[in-house]
Design a protein. Structure first.
Length: 464
């Protein structure tokens, strides 16, 4: 069945008609690109009467052309006779403009669809399986609308785009392995392990949001994270990026959940696009099996820093590239490299630092008075042994080693300094043996006294 198109003025002028137009336009473009024709069908629960059957037109999405399966119209206004679903078509919710409330669409069995458009109301699509049959599927939710998708999603080679300003709540599992693009509005994952086999990238455009709803044990894994939008992680939820290729995320993290970086490739955070709005109240965790597993932070200054409540390092490399990050708690639980890079001065400004017994933080590419590691409130071992200011040779101070530094390449001269002449307060850094300060002071005093004696003797000789 081929779709029919109303004249442009009548389509665009009707309430909600613009989205019907774009749904039809997607079909027209498929013709232009030489693809197979796709039928656009509008959810219609009241046959030839205008609209779709009121504010809550619930029904079953079925195959065939029985009376119970005829829930669709080929007419955007819903005034043509209802028909059954045409496999691989474009589904639009709904015909007319009256489906403004919440309603349920129950999927029967497996239904193949190329794209879905929600132009108004709050439909919940549940049960069964939706197989996205095109190489690039779109789920478009108009501004002010919210759709909930609880059906199982399949489509082995399908990329999936959430477009427009509305919200799509995904509560059913997905076996799609292609890329996910959130180009507008919000894509919200409200269940555990919904992206069961997803290893490709999730991109989040500026102004869009990729969210994990607050829920204890809600954990989802993706293969990469790119874009300049917002990633929101609710309390109790975990988003894991298992990086297999180097990528950069220029957006921001929000929420109070856990963001975990795993995998062998580098994931870089940059504040280039968010001008200091990166202020994450949750935990960022680097989970690593090799020192080359890298989490990188780029950019920032004391007035424009990336801020994280808890930064947990279990291993791998934390790279700072001309970056300034503020951390409430830095928790080091395994042997980790802190690399200050070569792109300019960097600062890791922590209020509290805890390092587990037996763990070592190896600092690389550190330059005195250019790069800084601060513990502004506390510095202690995982068992609670606190560092003593201006001393060296003890844990936890000697668990931080400065690679290549002549003073503390083995941690023996690492100190947490305060009110020590020539150094910045609460910095962790190499220093000479503290006793040398006393010796230098004593030598200076003795030298001064000797000079005073010589001067007094000379003046006395002049009088005579």
């Amino acid at each position: 069945m081929s779709p029919s198109f109303a004249p442009f003025p009548s389509i665009v002028s009707s309430r909600g008609g613009a989205w019907k137009f774009f749904a039809g336009l997607a079909v027209a473009l498929s013709f232009a690109g030489g693809l197979a024709a796709q039928t656009t069908l509008y959810w219609d629960n009241n046959s030839v009467a205008a609209g779709s059957g009121g504010p809550s037109p619930s029904g079953s999405w079925d195959t065939g052309n029985s009376a119970g399966a005829r829930k669709w119209s080929t007419n955007a206004a819903g005034t043509s006779s209802s028909v059954g679903w045409s496999p691989n078509g474009i589904a639009v919710f709904s015909a007319g403009t009256d489906a403004t409330g919440g309603y349920t669409v129950t999927v029967s069995g497996i239904q193949s669809v190329s794209s879905i458009f929600v132009q108004e109301g709050n439909p919940t699509i549940t049960s069964g399986t939706l197989n996205f049959s095109t190489a690039a599927a779109t789920f478009d939710v108009a501004a002010g609308a919210t759709a909930t998708l609880g059906s199982v999603l399949t489509g082995a080679s399908t990329s999936f785009t959430k477009s427009n300003a509305g919200t799509l709540n995904l509560s059913g599992s997905s076996t799609m392995s292609g890329a996910i693009a959130v180009t507008g509005g919000t894509l919200n994952l409200s269940g555990n392990n919904l992206l069961t086999t997803h290893t490709a990238a999730v991109s989040v455009s500026s102004g869009a949001t990729f969210a994990l709803a607050a829920s204890a044990g809600n954990s989802n894994t993706i293969g990469a994270l790119t874009g300049a939008g917002t990633v929101s992680i609710g309390s109790g939820s975990t988003l894991t990026v298992n990086a297999t290729a180097a990528t950069t995320f220029d957006g921001q993290l929000t929420g109070t959940g856990l963001f975990e970086k795993s995998g062998s490739a580098t994931l870089s955070f940059s504040n280039a696009s968010n001008t200091g709005a990166f202020n994450f109240a949750g935990t960022v965790q680097l989970t690593a099996t090799s020192t080359t597993d890298t989490l990188e932070f780029n950019g920032g200054s004391s007035a424009n820093a990336l801020s994280i409540n808890t930064l947990k390092l279990t291993g791998g490399t934390l790279m700072l590239n001309a970056a300034t990050i503020n951390v409430t708690t830095l928790n080091i639980t395994g042997n980790t490299i802190l690399d200050f890079g070569t792109g300019g001065g960097s600062t890791l400004n922590a209020a509290n630092i805890s390092i587990a017994a037996g763990a070592t933080l190896t600092v690389k590419n550190w330059s005195s008075e250019v790069d800084f590691l601060f513990a502004n409130s506390s510095f202690q071992t995982g068992t609670g042994t606190s560092a003593v200011l201006n001393t060296v040779g003890n844990a936890p101070e000697n668990q931080i080693v400065f690679s290549g530094d002549p003073l503390s390449s083995d941690g023996s001269h690492t100190a947490w300094v305060d009110n020590l002449q020539g150094y910045t307060n609460f910095e962790i850094r190499p220093i000479p043996e503290p006793s040398t300060y006393g010796l230098a002071m004593l030598t200076s005093c003795l030298g001064y006294l000797a000079w005073r004696r010589r001067r007094a003797a000379a003046m006395s000789a002049r009088k005579f």
